[in-house]
Design a protein around this ligand. Structure first.
Ligand SMILES: [Mn+2]
Length: 445
């Protein structure tokens, strides 16, 4: 009970057979994380449980709060995906009798007796996404689910684990209808380049992202002309065209490293069409940011009516992003030594203010160690995001925590990328304290 022995594969076998036994008599409640890996996990599990005629319901959450654990139904089997490894002590202290977890995050304590867990942290720390684990788990429950392997690959790409693919992930790659091709990582690789470049945010290309004229100029420079009115897609480029385009991008953003722009493009079949996994992941994340995780889940389960809805949310998100970047480039900024604060007030959506801070942190305009902070209103609150350029220098979470301790609010994130939420009536006080803290920190460094 709660004991962990042997390899990851043995662990998956044993937990899967216990789950199968338990679910014969009890209903299952699946709770999963709201990012691409979590929603891919939920989609694989949902499809499999349906196949097996197991009665279940699904819930997608942004984070696992102690109150949520305390209020879970005791008569159901609880199955956590892509979360809960850091909440074992709360689960131990709850009245839940049987909890299953499939996750790859850090574990907070010894596995309690009411928990059965699959987590590579306990078995050799193999690098694998939660959706990869869920896929292997579900294959034990029902071997004929091989076509869901594509969702495991999607989760892997969403968690940015595709650079070093470990043994089990390799196996998964061999299963589903997945195509892998080396190329430029600007997504989607499947659509005409002029559209793809206009919305490029990873990397951000100054003078090109959000600028149709700049896009055409870059393409012309790279010797790419439209054929019968249509530009090639990334997938259609030959190696020379690709090299020329990469050169053009790197000239505009010298911070964009070759190893980050070139890599494996993963194509998976959804709704009977090959799609770029990075694009799908961006779409899932956009839906979740808009509070539409269920649409994202339905998209990955290939529910027909979900596709249009997800696409329109994604287009809206991309437009918000482009207009947000445009606003920020022209906006008045508070500049100090080693920092910059952009208060967009109600001109930029709170759903993208963090993405914009990230994009700016990759822009060639700012030197390493600079702290970029963006702010946006929502409801009667302000959402704040801070990034440290080059993931270097001061601890932004600590700085934000210090201030929130004084003005009230919530803080999240980590050392080089953090955010907070505060009341709008604390706006001025927050900015003053932030400036003061950033200046003190600068002196210490
Ligand atoms: Mn994950």
């Amino acid at each position: 009970m709660g004991e962990v022995i042997g390899s990851l594969e043995v662990q998956i076998d044993s937990v899967a057979s216990q789950f199968l036994e338990e679910s014969k008599t009890k209903e299952v409640l699946v709770i999963s994380h709201f990012d691409t890996d979590g929603i891919s996990s939920a989609a694989i599990m949902g499809k499999t449980l349906k196949k097996l005629d197991i009665i279940f319901s699904l819930k997608i959450v942004k984070s696992l709060k102690p109150e949520l654990i305390a209020n879970l139904p005791e008569n159901k089997i609880i199955l956590f995906l892509d979360l809960a490894s850091g909440s074992l002590s709360h689960i131990q202290n709850s009245n839940l009798k049987k909890v299953f977890i499939i996750d790859h995050h850090e574990i907070d304590t010894i596995v309690p007796s009411n928990v059965r867990i699959v987590n590579p942290q306990l078995n050799g720390k193999e690098k694998i996404s939660s959706s990869g684990l869920v896929y292997l788990f579900c294959k034990k429950l029902s071997p004929e689910i091989k076509n869901f392997a594509k969702l495991a690959i999607l989760g892997m790409v969403g968690d940015q684990m595709e650079k070093e693919i470990d043994k089990l992930n390799h196996e998964i790659l061999d299963h589903g209808e997945i195509k892998k091709k080396r190329g430029l990582l600007i997504y989607p690789a499947t659509r005409p380049l002029n559209r793809t470049l206009e919305y490029a945010s990873h990397p951000y290309i100054p003078g090109v992202t959000g600028d149709q004229k700049g896009v055409i100029e870059l393409l012309r420079e790279a010797g790419l002309a439209p054929k019968t009115g249509k530009y090639k897609s990334v997938l259609e480029l030959d190696s020379e065209e690709m090299e020329r385009l990469v050169t053009g991008i790197m000239l505009r953003n010298p911070k964009a490293r070759y190893s980050e722009i070139i890599g494996d493009v993963f194509l998976i079949k959804m709704y009977n069409k090959l799609e770029d996994a990075r694009e799908l992941s961006a779409m899932v994340n956009a839906c979740s940011r808009f509070g539409e995780s269920n649409t994202a889940l339905q998209l990955l389960m290939e529910v027909p009516k979900a596709k249009k809805k997800a696409e329109s949310i994604y287009i809206k998100h991309k437009q918000n992003l482009i207009s947000g970047l445009d606003f920020v480039s022209k906006a008045e900024k508070i500049k100090g030594r080693g920092y910059i604060i952009i208060n967009t007030k109600d001109n930029v959506k709170d759903t993208i203010v963090g993405t914009i801070a990230s994009i700016l942190s990759y822009s060639p305009e700012y030197t390493e160690g600079t702290i970029i902070t963006t702010m946006a209103y929502y409801e009667d609150k302000i959402k704040v995001s801070s990034r440290s350029v080059g993931k270097n220098g001061r601890n932004v979470r600590e700085i934000l925590s210090n201030i929130i301790n004084q003005v009230g609010g919530e803080v999240g994130g980590h050392e080089f990328a953090a955010g907070c939420i505060l009341k709008q009536d604390k706006e001025e006080e927050f900015i003053q304290l932030l400036k003061k803290n950033l200046e003190i920190e600068m002196i210490k460094v």
